[in-house]
Design a binder for this molecule. Structure first.
Ligand SMILES: [Zn+2]
Length: 61
């Protein structure tokens, strides 16, 4: 069972690279049981969605 520090580290790394099968499985297992890290993961995802939208150039005619 991984600890919260490793879980949050992997959650933030998951925005920049693809996690290995073992890493993503461990993170999923941890977030299934840990509310704090689950919230952290959701925040990371929302942030990355937001920044992707922000970076995308607006279509101009
Ligand atoms: Zn945790």
């Amino acid at each position: 069972m991984m600890n919260c520090k490793s879980a949050t580290q992997l959650l933030s790394q998951a925005q920049d690279r693809k996690l290995t099968f073992i890493e993503s499985t461990s993170v999923k297992l941890h977030t299934a049981m840990c509310k704090g890290c689950r919230n952290y993961g959701m925040q990371m995802k929302q942030l990355s969605d937001l920044s992707k939208r922000f970076i995308q150039p607006e279509p101009r005619s």
